[in-house]
Design a protein around this ligand. Structure first.
Ligand code: OOB
Length: 542
């Protein structure tokens, strides 16, 4: 049993159980049950065309479970997982659950700064990596991480392990093990973050299994579903909404795409007769253009889920005619709450809204700055609680006091309005975060890194409008001497181990920052300033 996480209050947990949201089954059972129902069906296919049946995948997971236990990994141990879209991720994910360990899911793009932080906060004892990915040697990163976090006893490598342990050798004859308590934490997800450092999101077996099961229902996943994983497997959207777990629960087939490029993804859609996939808006835009010249047969595709940042109404309207499939908008968060447009919603709701809450037990409020409910239909901050929304970040007592109301609502930081149908329209953001095409960047985290530069006196990071990404990142600097340019700053941040997607796209140098009446940096003012400047330069904006 993990400590340092905030469980649901007992009466509420009782209610979620009684009303059948929580079924009291460990998350990994979804694979076992599908393997029992259809052992010879294809569970997983990778980009090279390697295929595993349910029986094979289930057995691989069991063998790796035994291998992990032999290494001494299990019983609540946290394991930082940083693997690309490969079979190794899928097998390790289930093996960790079965061994009683807790996967801490990070993105392949994360670097020393993020990995060290996450390993420290989670108290990780192991770290799983690919050898090389996207030209980057993760073993070098593992060496640095181990130096910084000596608690990391094991480094498990998919591929050439060098001095570490090869995942292929984490293998032994299956042993019977006790099942996890479904009320315990199953995985730790990474939050997009709004403060200095990324936060960890505890998801229990009960809550995550419900997240997966209800998503699969809403999206009509069944044994005939062939789901293409395009986003990183570690992202909640691709993993569990319904994603790879929802497909395996339904007995369908998961296909792994190494990248979201139309070349890779379209070829796999044609080859495997893919029926459903999930992307962020910039990828949707890219695909909408690519169908013009790519010749692949996409006729099998029946559902394209788009979420992570706001999809404009114009591209939304182009999805069905261009790709010949149903569009589903998804407004979700790793913290929990999922909003989906429904498959039978009228076009104006599918095109013009970000969906409605997945569960009848989701409670949503829209409030003003004093936490008072706004009149119906008006815009305000979205607060939510429910059977699959966290009650607190892991080991973050102080932050939790601000991120949640006293009665347990999570402050999403999203500005929304609710239509009479219950559908939400995302209107903006109250949180200090940049949403760069679905990748979340905490302004404060980036500012802290930038402030370490010797020629920077002060820094303020804001979003700037961008046609494809929705937003990009602009760093305003007050210099101390000769200010670094965009490239110099990017090199400095990379050297500090900051992930590439967080590097500022643009640097602006000013003498002082505009201030609000209470003396805070006026970020809205800076946002307007850069938007005006882009417009004057003829880039982006209206
Ligand atoms: C998904 O999860 P996260 O944790 O990376 O980011 C959550 C945040 C939301 O609070 C919101 O600010 C933004 O991303 N967001 C959207 C959106 N979907 C997410 N903003 C506008 N429109 C949308 N459709 O991004 C995520 C998790 C599960 C499923 C889908 C997305």
């Amino acid at each position: 049993m993990l400590d340092g996480w905030v469980p649901w209050p007992k009466p509420l947990a009782e209610k979620y159980r009684e009303e059948g949201y929580w079924e009291g089954r460990p998350l990994d059972r979804l694979l076992r049950e599908s393997a029992e129902r259809g052992p010879s069906r294809t569970a997983l296919v990778d980009a090279d065309g390697n295929r595993w049946t349910y029986a094979e995948l289930d057995l691989r997971a069991d063998r790796m479970t035994a291998g992990l236990r032999r290494l001494g990994i299990g019983d609540g141990d946290r394991v930082v997982v940083q693997l690309p879209n490969t079979d190794a991720f899928v097998v390790l994910f289930f093996a960790l659950l079965r061994a009683g360990a807790i996967p801490v899911l990070t993105l392949p793009a994360h670097r020393e700064s993020e990995i060290v932080h996450v390993a420290e906060v989670s108290g990780a004892t192991a770290y799983a990596i690919p050898d090389l990915h996207d030209g980057f040697d993760h073993r070098a990163l593992a060496r640095a991480a181990r130096k910084a976090v000596p608690g990391i006893e094991h480094v498990l490598v998919a591929g050439d392990a060098a001095e570490f342990t090869a995942l292929a050798d984490v293998d032994a004859d299956p042993v019977p093990l006790p099942e996890a308590d479904p009320g315990d934490v199953a995985v730790l997800l990474l939050s997009g973050g709004t403060t200095g450092k990324p936060k960890l999101i505890p998801r229990t077996h009960d809550d995550y299994a419900y997240n997966v099961r209800a998503s699969a229902e809403v999206c009509g996943f069944d044994g005939d579903t062939v789901y293409l994983v395009v986003l990183p497997t570690a992202h909640n959207f691709a993993l569990a909404c319904p994603g790879l777990l929802g497909t395996l629960m339904a007995g369908g087939t998961v296909v792994l795409s190494p990248t979201p490029s139309p070349e890779d993804a379209f070829a796999l859609i044609e080859r495997e007769r893919v029926t459903a996939t999930a992307v962020v808006p910039p990828i949707a835009l890219l695909w909408l253009d690519a169908v013009e010249w790519e010749e692949a047969d996409l006729s099998s595709l029946s559902l394209l889920q788009v979420g992570g940042s706001k999809l404009g109404a114009e591209p939304a309207a182009r999805v069905e005619p261009a790709l010949g499939c149903t569009l589903q908008q998804v407004f979700g968060m790793a913290e929990g709450l999922l909003n989906y447009t429904r498959l039978d919603d009228p076009p104006e709701l599918v095109i013009g809204t970000q969906g409605r809450p997945m569960s009848p037990a989701d409670e949503v409020r829209v409030v003003d700055e004093d936490d008072r409910d706004v009149p119906p239909g008006e815009s305000g901050e979205l607060l939510t609680r429910g059977p699959y929304t966290l009650r607190g970040y892991y080991r973050a007592t102080e932050h939790n006091a601000r991120a949640f109301t006293t009665d347990g609502y999570y402050r999403t930081g999203d500005l929304v309005r609710i239509l009479p149908s219950g559908h939400l329209v995302v209107e903006g953001r109250a949180k200090d975060q940049i949403n760069r095409g679905g990748d979340k960047i905490s302004a404060e985290e980036l500012e802290n890194h930038i402030l370490a530069h010797p020629a920077v006196h002060d820094a303020a990071v804001v979003g700037m409008p961008d046609e494809t990404m929705g937003e990009r990142t602009c760093a305003y600097l007050v210099p101390r001497g000769q200010a670094p340019g965009q490239r110099e700053l990017a090199a400095f941040l990379t050297e500090r181990g900051v992930a590439a997607y967080k590097l500022p796209d643009r640097v602006e140098v000013v003498e002082t920052f505009p201030r609000t009446s209470v003396g805070k940096i006026d970020k809205k003012g800076l946002g307007r300033l850069i938007a005006d400047r882009l417009r004057a330069e003829g880039i982006g904006g209206d």
